[in-house]
Design a binder for this molecule. Structure first.
Ligand SMILES: [Zn+2]
Length: 500
């Protein structure tokens, strides 16, 4: 049409290709496969599977294309790498397979290898490996060539090889879904068989050791002669948030959110998540066919060790949850994953037996917090939380005193010795009119093996009715026992009136 079209590919000249191939002795720079041989059935023709691949692509849109290159730079020998057809395909078509830097390194290593081999019989290049850098380089070249060789055997896998202490270690990751069969002989090994079955049903992580394990479905899987000693399988876990409604039927259920990981298998799912700074963990296993999963709640109070009792993390929330669990409560579980909520079923959580000790423990802590606040003790939790039960001393009476305003029976019994003049007391008793009273008591206590006090505690009631216990003979100097009961509209209150 008269227009000139600029060539869109900057291909290599035959001369460049020739030199590229010669510099690596016609071996693939990536997998080391020879790329040249005699053409079968001829005696004067050769057969080549080698290609000059572009390090930075020959045309826009190609892998690693660099718009900043001139056409001359693009088709220069510096931009080429000699490879077998399989490796060249991967370099030219899969942009994620190699980056520019690794191709340059592969090319340099292949040329280094060709130079150490030239003029020597196979294997005799070893003396050249005396320098540690040369050894490292040879190992790197081996690993890369070995990986490339495996990928040639089954291009569905990306293979990486590294040199471990015990020998080369191979990692295969499938580039696409691959049908493979894992044959595990666990005959006669009950525990492993159960673990395997459980993994198939619910997913998760599985480590098997010392079993006869074989993989089928690809030529790169170790075959017959290689014994697989250890197998680790993980089913892809997903991050989800499980919301548990405790006391689901009630008008105000308690919602607790557990961020965690879920896996699934052929039969159902499994979830583990925790909340409240990992103090509360939920484990759940459920079958797809059954709408009531198996719940397990675990409470770990380790983070309370050595903490001031007034600042125990998540105390109120845990107390609230435990209080709910002192009877079997209906539970409903919902899950949110990528903005989609789904119902995971419901059931009943009976924490009575499981948390029996914890209930007692929390009640104990509650008492200690009361004492701490009332007397301003600055109590600190012991390093071993079990000491809460061992070292607390007898605090029931103290708690009774602090809580006197809320007591079911607000009667306080006192014994006193009337002094002159006792007319007002006599008057109060005989008239049964309420009168103000202030009782004072000195108290000391021992908590977590430390002594506190003595404190002077006052018990005050603005209007109490006085009733004598037994015969009401009020005589100066003769002790009399009195029952003091707050009159209608009055109650006792306690306060610390002084610290020595
Ligand atoms: Zn190759």
């Amino acid at each position: 049409m008269g227009t000139t079209t600029r060539k869109t590919r900057d291909d290599f000249s035959p001369k460049v290709k020739q030199v590229l191939a010669e510099r690596v002795n016609f071996h693939c720079a990536v997998c080391d496969a020879p790329t040249l041989g005699p053409k079968t059935g001829t005696n004067d023709k050769r057969f080549s599977v080698g290609k000059a691949a572009h390090i930075k692509a020959a045309a826009p849109g190609g892998p690693r294309y660099d718009a900043g290159q001139t056409a001359a730079e693009r088709s220069a020998i510096e931009n080429g790498i000699w490879a077998c057809a399989t490796c060249a395909d991967l370099i030219d078509r899969d942009p994620d397979a190699y980056d520019v830097d690794s191709l340059l390194r592969i090319k340099a290593d292949a040329e280094w290898q060709a130079s150490t081999r030239a003029g020597r019989p196979p294997g005799s290049d070893l003396p050249a490996l005396r320098a540690p850098t040369a050894i490292n380089r040879a190992i790197a070249v081996f690993c890369r060539q070995e990986a490339a060789r495996q990928e040639r055997l089954d291009p569905r896998f990306k293979v990486s090889v590294r040199m471990a202490e015990s020998g080369p270690s191979y990692e295969f990751s499938a580039r696409e879904p691959v049908d493979a069969k894992l044959v595990i002989c666990s005959q006669g090994r009950r525990r492993e068989t159960d673990a395997l079955r459980d993994f198939m049903h619910y997913g998760g992580d599985l480590v098997l050791e010392g079993l006869e394990i074989r993989m089928e479905g690809s030529p790169i899987f170790p075959s017959g002669g290689v014994a697989t000693k250890r197998l680790e399988v993980t089913s892809h876990p997903r991050s989800i948030i499980m919301t548990v409604a405790l006391d689901a039927g009630a008008s105000m259920p308690l919602y607790v959110e557990f961020p965690g990981q879920a896996t699934h298998g052929s039969r159902g799912f499994r979830f583990t998540g925790s909340t409240l700074g990992s103090m509360l963990t939920l484990s759940m296993t459920g079958d797809f066919s059954v709408r009531s999963p198996d719940f397990k709640l675990n409470i770990d109070l380790k983070s309370w060790e050595r903490k001031p009792v007034r600042q125990l993390p998540h105390f109120a929330k845990l107390r609230q949850i435990l209080q709910l669990l002192d009877r079997p409560v209906p539970v409903q579980v919902q899950c949110a994953h990528e903005g989609i909520e789904s119902d995971f079923g419901s059931g009943v959580l009976d924490g009575r037996e499981q948390f029996r000790l914890l209930h007692a423990f929390m009640a104990e802590i509650e008492d200690l917090r009361k004492l701490d606040t009332f007397f301003d003790l600055d109590l600190v939790m012991p390093a071993d939380l079990g000491d809460v039960f061992r070292d607390r001393g007898d605090i029931a009476q103290l708690i009774g005193l602090i809580d006197c305003g809320k007591a079911d029976d607000p009667t306080v019994e006192v014994s006193l010795v009337p002094e002159e003049p006792f007319a007002p007391l006599h008057e109060l008793i005989s008239s049964q009119k309420p009168g103000a009273i202030r009782l004072s008591q000195e108290l000391a206590m021992r908590i977590f093996d430390r002594a506190y006090g003595p404190f002077e505690v006052e018990l005050i009631c603005p209007g109490a009715v006085f009733t004598p216990v037994g015969p009401a003979n009020i005589e100066v100097g003769v002790p009399i026992r009195l029952m003091l009961r707050p009159a209608e509209g009055n109650r006792w209150s306690a306060r610390v009136s002084g610290r020595p």
